[in-house]
Write a protein that binds this ligand. Structure first.
Ligand code: SER
Length: 773
């Protein structure tokens, strides 16, 4: 059975059971700030589940284009994909668990004829209802799995969620652990094929759940996996069949597999062909949906994929222009071997353009080709540079070198890591991240401007407490110091929107960075400052142009913002811990809260003792592990003071203030942005404690990934030093002290010997030592 038949029979099956067939939505989600790309079939239906929109029909079915990047680095093996098609059926307040389970079983076993004895359902441990239904439908108890909840990782998730029931395919006892009691979710023997989600809850940004406005069903089954299972059954295979063997990929992979003259280059050709096949699909579909190569967000994902595939196609397959398919010309006499049906993106368009007509939009191959050519030309030079770096690195490529490859040659660090591994080297990722952060910091400093006072600015509505991206309209625009209607590529701009998710510097927290995408161009935002009640976004038009009045999408750099929020929430915990250890007279005197680091100033007329510092951070990290939920309330300032909220120094508040509490552990007036739960902070670690003026001390500290990097760096340094000295890391100080003493003694000896030598020489020459004028 071909994949096209499976796709069609799915739609027909559900259409025949009163489901309305709807088209896939774009890979670029509209109006959903919680994700960069469409990752699930239910995404376009979120507003329906939440009761904000009416369903076009109580039952719907789709084949949704999805894109997941979590495992991007793994692509090329047998089981990871970026782009895939998800078959789904949805009920909005219509059938629930009963209907979903019965329909799924009927489709798999009757319509597709899969062997029921090789299909194993699972349910959430709490879901007796679903378990009873399965028992009735198939006469077997389903397995219960703790992670049968969707989405599995709720961090940052806003909206519909619920317990699910999954259906697994059993490859057979020869695969995986070989244990008699092996079950779904245990090892590779069982492959998850279909996920039936029973939508029941609406998750708020603060992590709380309430019943969903409209319960229902959301199912999702990857077409690629299903096609592999169908093929396995057709072949009677008892070993796993990869989706790369199905007709969805076969021609694409084979197109890359033709042996080049002179033999294969470094790297396994099968791995590289699979990688290029996956990336051809991913790249083709992203470009078809309007994504363009860039340095941020979706644009960066696309750029990374084009560069990775281009590099491998050149090195291993020795085929320039292979990814786009346009540059790889067949060699005379080998046409029949080389490209029957084309390769790369061109082949994806030819094979899938009928099912996904957006692939027929003009310019897709040309867009990919332009980026491909640009990277191919820098690669020759990059390769030499890379080899020079390898030659001078022993064991590890330094962060500075990795950064230079990234900065000047466009080598994404993941690519450097991959190539380094082939050469038996590691990459100092922490050093790379530090160099990157420093560059960001520098461009932030360069971009930071003292706002030029402007008049008549409109108030900006800040939506960045709830979401990290959102639509807005460009109300005012300045290029340089002049107010303009249009800003062109390369212009330094200051722009104002009616509404923005970008945080403007305030309360110690730095302004957000990110991108603003208009219909004709993109602005890279490097800083945001307040002008009264208006938010000035400072940045540069990275491509195209921006025009006053345009509708734009403002997208905050998620990683930077989360890093900042971790630091900000950590300062609140630190404030409380300081008062517990140093006394309630300790007050905040100021702070810097950025993505890279964080400082907290407070009044104290002496240094904090090392033991006190330990105690303070022990309290902070305990509060992190307690995973305390944040509650934010907006209330009149007097009421807020009555709650005992610590008021921050020198801040001016309007009548209504935000009170941010982590239980009663910490209650503060604060307009900044914060994590939902303290557990999201991860780890908090001090860097140094110092004086910043009479009676004021400063603690610099790190949270989250920055803290993790620091701990890792210190640990690496300690382990290396301990290895060299052949002692345990805890014995390092003692050993170093002993060495220093030894050194002192040796230097003294050298000195004595020198003196003796001089004396001896003087004695030999009979000259005395001159001791005075
Ligand atoms: N939303 C679920 C998933 O993505 C089922 O469609 O797995």
């Amino acid at each position: 059975m071909l994949s096209a038949d499976i796709r069609q029979s799915f739609l027909n099956f559900f259409q025949g059971r009163e489901h309305l067939v709807l088209p896939s939505s774009s890979l670029v989600p509209h109006g959903d700030p919680s994700v960069l790309l469409t990752t699930a079939g239910m995404q376009q239906f979120k507003p329906i589940f939440m009761g904000q929109a009416d369903p076009p029909s109580p039952r719907v079915t789709t084949v949704q284009k999805c894109f997941r990047t979590v495992d991007l680095e793994e692509v090329g093996d047998d089981s990871h994909l970026t782009f895939f098609e998800m078959l789904g059926n949805f009920s909005f307040g219509d059938y629930f668990k009963d209907g979903a389970i019965e329909l799924a079983w009927e489709f798999l076993t009757r319509e597709l004829g899969l062997d029921p004895n090789r299909l194993f359902p699972t349910v959430h441990p709490s879901d007796d209802e679903a378990a009873a239904i399965w028992l009735r439908v198939i006469g077997r108890e389903p397995h219960r799995l703790e992670d049968n909840f969707w989405p599995a990782n709720l961090e940052g998730w806003i909206g519909p969620c619920g317990p699910d029931s999954e259906i697994y395919w059993d490859w057979g006892p020869a695969v995986g652990c070989g244990q008699a009691d092996c079950r779904p979710g245990h090892c590779d023997r069982f492959l998850e094929v279909w996920n039936l989600v029973f939508m029941q809850f609406d998750r708020a940004p603060d992590g709380s759940r309430k019943p969903l406005a409209r319960t229902g069903v959301d199912t999702g089954m990857g077409l690629e996996r299903l096609a592999a299972v169908v093929l396995a059954q057709e072949r009677g295979s008892t070993v796993p069949v990869s989706f790369y063997e199905t007709d969805l990929f076969k021609g694409l992979v084979d197109g890359f597999m033709v042996e080049p003259e002179g033999g294969w280059g470094p790297g396994a050709p099968a791995f590289v062909s699979r990688l290029c096949a996956d990336h051809s699909r991913g790249v083709a579909f992203l470009v078809a949906d309007g994504v363009r190569p860039g340095n941020e967000g979706r644009g960066y994902i696309l750029r990374k994929m084009i560069r990775r595939a281009t590099l491998h196609a050149l090195r291993t397959l020795k085929r320039p222009g292979a990814l786009s398919g346009e540059g790889a010309l067949p060699r005379p006499g080998r046409e029949h071997l080389e490209n029957p049906g084309g390769i790369g993106v061109a082949r994806v368009i030819a094979e899938m353009g009928d099912v996904h007509p957006e692939l027929k939009r003009p310019g897709i191959v040309a867009t990919v080709r332009a980026e491909e050519v640009a990277f191919e030309t820098t690669l020759a030079q990059g390769q030499r540079e890379f080899e020079a770096v390898v030659a001078r690195s022993s064991g590890i490529i330094s962060g500075a070198d990795a950064f230079r490859l990234h900065d000047t040659l466009g080598f994404p660090v993941e690519l450097t890591t991959e190539l380094a591994a082939e050469a038996g080297l590691g990459v100092d990722r922490a050093g790379f991240e530090a160099a990157l952060a420093e560059q960001r910091q520098m461009s932030r400093r360069a971009a930071k401007r003292n706002p030029i006072p402007r008049t008549g600015l409109p108030r900006t509505e800040f939506v960045g407490h709830e979401s990290l991206n959102g639509a807005g309209t460009v109300l005012r625009l300045f290029a340089g110091d002049t107010e303009v209607e249009v800003a062109a590529e390369g212009d330094e701009v200051e722009l104002y929107l009616d509404r923005t998710p970008f945080y403007a510097e305030g309360g110690g927290q730095v302004g957000d960075i990110g991108i603003i995408e208009g219909p004709e161009g993109t602005v890279e935002v490097l800083d945001v400052q307040k002008q009264g009640e208006a938010f000035a976004h400072y940045g540069k038009v990275a491509s195209g142009r921006l025009v006053v009045g345009q509708e734009v999408t403002a997208e905050v750099d998620r990683e930077a913002r989360w890093a900042t929020m971790r630091h900000h929430s950590a300062t609140h915990l630190l404030h409380r811990a300081l008062r517990q250890v140093l006394g309630e007279t300790t007050h905040q005197q100021g702070s810097y809260v950025g993505p890279d680091t964080c400082t907290f100033d407070f009044n104290l007329s002496r240094a904090v003792a090392p033991g006190e510092l330990h105690a303070i951070f022990t309290i902070v990290n305990r509060a992190v592990r307690d995973d305390i939920e944040r509650v934010t309330r907006v209330m009149p300032v007097d009421e807020a003071k009555a709650t005992g909220a610590m008021s921050l120094f020198g801040e001016k508040y309007g009548d209504l203030v935000r009170v941010v509490s982590f239980d009663d552990f910490s209650v503060e007036l604060c307009g900044g942005t914060h994590v939902d739960r303290t557990g999201q902070i991860g780890l908090v670690t001090p860097v140094r404690e110092s004086s910043v003026g009479a009676g004021v001390r400063r603690i610099e500290f790190l949270a989250g990934e920055a803290a993790e990097r620091r701990v890792r760096d210190l640990q690496d340094a300690a382990l290396t030093a301990a290895g060299r000295l052949n002692v345990k890391p805890v014995d390092l100080p003692r050993r170093v002290d002993a060495l220093l003493d030894e050194r002192k003694a040796l230097l003294k000896q050298v000195d004595d010997l020198k003196r003796a030598a001089v004396l001896g020489r003087d004695a030999a020459t009979g000259r005395g030592v001159v001791t005075g004028p």
